[in-house]
Design a protein around this ligand. Structure first.
Ligand SMILES: [Fe+2]
Ligand SMILES: [Fe+2]
Length: 140
């Protein structure tokens, strides 16, 4: 029996990750147009990592016999400077961190250890993303 609240968290997680893919791909394209090739390559790798996150959450949904049904992506947040792009990315990552932290706490509470471990693992990746953004911000 699947817990509808856990399935709901997984579905929101997939939607978040696909929004992050869209955001980082758009930022990669924009920074390429600005001639910032290294930054653009880095953002492409970020997009790929978020896609892998989406895949891991989807795998868990299929484990419960549920197909993902996210129908809306968050709008892409761009900016006119590198500092603005970093600020928008930080907002996006903080939303993921809040969601996955809440989901992990709930999963632990109801004894869904595999789901909790997945949310905690991806939460760690998102915390690392924030650290990378902050490191770039201090050198931008
Ligand atoms: Fe992610
Ligand atoms: Fe991330």
């Amino acid at each position: 029996m699947s817990d509808p609240r856990i399935v709901g968290y997984l579905n929101r997680a997939v939607a978040h990750e696909l929004s992050a893919v869209q955001q980082y791909l758009a930022q990669a394209r924009l920074t390429a147009m600005w001639g910032m090739t290294d930054v653009s390559d880095c953002l492409r790798r970020d997009a790929q990592e978020e896609l892998d996150h989406a895949d891991r959450f989807m795998t868990r949904m299929f484990h419960y016999g549920v197909a993902p049904n996210g129908s809306q992506l968050a709008p892409v947040r761009l900016g006119r400077s590198m500092a603005e792009l970093l600020a928008r990315s930080r907002e996006l990552e903080m939303e993921a961190i809040r969601l996955y932290d809440e989901a992990a706490v709930y999963c632990r509470r109801v004894g869904a250890v595999d789901d909790a471990a997945l949310f905690e693992s991806i939460l760690e990746d998102e915390l690392e993303h924030v650290r990378e953004i902050d490191a770039q911000g201090s050198t931008a």
